[in-house]
Design a protein around this ligand. Structure first.
Ligand SMILES: NC(=O)c1ccc[n+]([C@@H]2O[C@H](COP(=O)([O-])OP(=O)(O)OC[C@H]3O[C@@H](n4cnc5c(N)ncnc54)[C@H](OP(=O)(O)O)[C@@H]3O)[C@@H](O)[C@H]2O)c1
Length: 208
């Protein structure tokens, strides 16, 4: 699984905004596999994360994985972020949800900040108020990791993989699995994978 979500997380933190130690980033769906990889990689690199989730029970869990601030994805987000990090600027937002959630992230970004979209879990399109372009000069980018991989040179690929492999050797970036199914139960597995509020991935157990 390292090639999917951890690699995406690595590129999200390296491909768009030049971050320095102590810089803040913000992300939604922070409990997703990609979000958890972002938390761990950012923590290892010395960046601080504001993690937005839609379930209160995830707050302590994500804190224990290295998340600095964990907040609920609601209309109070902007004020809650201000209360949590004071006047610090957030120059990078990572969006895996779209719709209202993405708009809430945009509103937390500093002028000139960048929102990188890589998922659309809500199936809602981005809504970008013109004022955020005119007055805040926000930038909007997207990533599809397959495309990045295809276009990257072997050296660029290894520059991303080597640190991820090192983290994995230290038992970081582990992918949580909620349930494993035999291939004979493929239909049930797909239905389960489509459910919200999972604690981890649904996998196939090829030994059975
Ligand atoms: N562009 C790329 O190259 C790339 C690479 C990797 C991943 N992705 C995308 O990144 C996203 C996350 O992937 P993942 O494998 O990390 O996911 P995952 O582990 O399966 O987690 C899914 C996440 O989405 C949230 N969610 C589900 N339905 C939602 C809804 N209707 N509104 C808001 N949030 C919702 C879940 O919240 P709850 O737990 O509260 O249900 C959970 O945080 C996916 O869209 C995936 O396609 C893209």
């Amino acid at each position: 699984m390292l090639k999917i979500n951890p690699l995406t997380a690595w590129r999200l933190l390296h491909g768009y905004v030049k971050l320095q130690t102590g810089d803040w980033i913000i992300q939604n769906a922070a409990n997703s596999a990609a979000g958890r990889a972002v938390i761990q990689i950012a923590h290892a690199l010395g960046y601080k994360t504001v993690n937005v989730v839609r379930r209160e029970e995830l707050i302590e869990e994500l804190r224990s994985e290295g998340g600095d601030v964990i907040l609920l994805d609601d209309e109070n987000l902007r004020n809650a972020v201000k209360d949590a990090i004071g006047g610090a600027a957030i120059r990078l937002g990572l969006n895996a949800v779209g719709g209202e959630s993405a708009l809430r992230l945009m509103n937390c970004l500093a002028p000139g900040g960048t929102l990188v979209s890589f998922g659309a879990m809500s199936l809602q399109p981005l809504k970008i108020p013109t004022g955020l372009l005119i007055f805040k000069d926000l930038r909007f980018r997207g990533i599809w990791i397959n495309k990045w991989y295809d276009n990257a040179t072997p050296a660029e690929r290894m520059a991303a993989f080597n640190p991820i492999f090192d983290m994995a050797k230290r038992r970081l970036l582990l992918t949580r699995v909620e349930k494993s199914y035999p291939l004979s139960e493929a239909k049930a597995a797909l239905e389960h994978a489509a459910r919200a509020q999972r604690s981890g991935k649904i996998t196939f157990d090829l030994a059975h």
